[in-house]
Ligand binder design. Structure first.
Ligand code: PSU
Ligand code: MN
Length: 307
């Protein structure tokens, strides 16, 4: 492994997997601290780690604890991130502060990708990446996740981007930034809680092996960008788009009214949509992350010998 700064702690099972070629799947922690309420967040995070192990890979949940970058968390550390209310939400811009000021911080897709890449991990599973917010033509609120996907060679397995975003604009920007978007086994780009968005899949692949082959080709071309793999939520767990849209629109209008801005927007909307759907969106979110973890473990299995 490459030499890491002294404030990195790589969990022993992750280090052992990396040195022996066992696949590793990176997992983020903002979904735990800011994306779901306690205790569902902790239950989901532990369930996701279990699924990665069942898939033959080692999970590495990434966070900053007391200023130390953790590649792989203990159950106590996961609980600490899941319960505390003063955990920072860390994107690329926020990481040095959390480390220098010895804070606890949960990593978003952007920060998790960056740290995963430094630690030598290539595959990462989450719920939904960030993207272009509705109204971004006025607010300029575009997630740093998209720019990280353009510059960091990590494959992000998600259920698309969160449906509270402007999906057509997000796909346009990903294309502009040179980020490949692969949809797993569907001709339609998924909408997080729903299988359909009305938008065609930029690329469609039907197996984890082919996705691993795609990534290998991307590397062999010298491309340093990542890839977004969108795995539509299972039909049994989805909430159809027609049911979600009114809740999303109501939550977005309330957020505007309440003056919610910047890094607070996504957590606020997720929480509000959870209440408007009486918890159904939360259950769907937990189910889709698990499904993404399963696919990520499979892709990592095919990639570990090739990258
Ligand atoms: N996936 C989920 N729930 C979440 C997130 C992803 O199912 O809460 C988090 C990720 O950490 C992602 C962040 O990077 O939401 C996006 O935040 P923003 O829009 O502020 O960039
Ligand atoms: Mn934002």
């Amino acid at each position: 492994m490459i030499a890491l700064p002294e404030y990195f702690d790589v969990a022993s099972d992750v280090a052992a997997a990396l040195s022996s070629g066992v696949p590793v799947v990176a997992l983020e922690s903002t979904i735990v601290s800011h994306g779901m309420p306690y205790p569902e967040n902790l239950e989901t995070a532990l369930g996701v780690e279990r699924i990665v192990r069942e898939g033959g890979a080692v999970p590495a949940t990434i966070a900053v604890i007391g200023g130390r970058v953790k590649i792989g968390l203990t159950e106590d550390e996961l609980e600490r991130i899941g319960r505390a209310s003063d955990v920072l939400k860390l994107s690329r811009a926020d990481l040095p502060h959390a480390i220098a000021a010895r804070r606890d911080g949960a990593t978003t897709v952007a920060a998790t990708m960056l740290l995963a890449d430094l630690a030598g991990l290539h595959v990462f599973a989450t719920g939904g990446a960030g993207g272009v917010h509705r109204g971004a033509e006025r607010t300029f609120d575009i997630s740093a996740d998209l720019y990280e996907l353009a510059r960091t060679p990590v494959t992000v397995v998600c259920a698309g981007v969160k449906a509270l975003l402007d999906l057509p604009a997000t796909l346009e920007l990903l294309e502009t930034l040179g980020v490949p978007v692969i949809v797993y086994r569907s001709d339609e780009f998924p909408a997080f809680w729903s299988r359909k968005s009305g938008l065609p899949s930029p690329l469609r692949y039907d197996s984890a092996r082919e996705i691993a082959g795609f990534v290998q080709t991307q590397r062999s071309l010298g491309l340093s960008s990542g890839a977004l793999v969108a795995n539509p939520i299972d039909p049994a767990d989805e909430i159809p788009r027609a049911e979600m849209e009114p809740c999303i629109a109501a939550a977005a209008a309330e957020a505007e009214e309440a003056g919610i801005r910047a890094t607070g927007v996504t957590p606020w909307l997720l929480e509000r949509i959870g209440r408007l759907t009486s918890g159904r969106s939360l259950a769907a979110n937990a189910a889709l992350v698990k499904s993404n973890a399963r696919l990520a473990a499979e892709i990592a299995g095919f990639m570990s010998n090739t990258i």
